[in-house]
Design a protein around this ligand. Structure first.
Ligand SMILES: [Zn+2]
Length: 83
């Protein structure tokens, strides 16, 4: 049985979907995927070790630069610690 492969938006590494975290942006805010709308994947390495790069890419995707590292960091932390 083959699992779907997805790409991390930050490091562009491909990994099993189950090994990636699915996020989306709603009203310029980074949130966990709500099962609706456009989304993207990030790998756990980028969440834990590459948050600054990830933030830059997220802000680019948001088309705003209002997201701060502490805001994103909070979400990354929640994601990084729940499994
Ligand atoms: Zn990555």
């Amino acid at each position: 049985m083959s699992q779907p492969i997805r790409m991390c938006i930050a490091c562009r590494e491909r990994a099993l979907q189950s090994d990636l975290q699915r996020l989306q942006i709603i009203d310029g805010k980074l949130v966990e995927f709500t099962k609706a709308g456009r989304s993207f994947y990030v790998c756990k390495t980028c969440i834990t070790c590459n948050a600054k790069k990830l933030l830059k890419i997220v802000n680019h995707r948001c088309k705003t630069h209002h997201q701060t590292l502490s805001e994103c960091g909070k979400i990354f932390k929640e994601i990084g610690t729940d499994g």
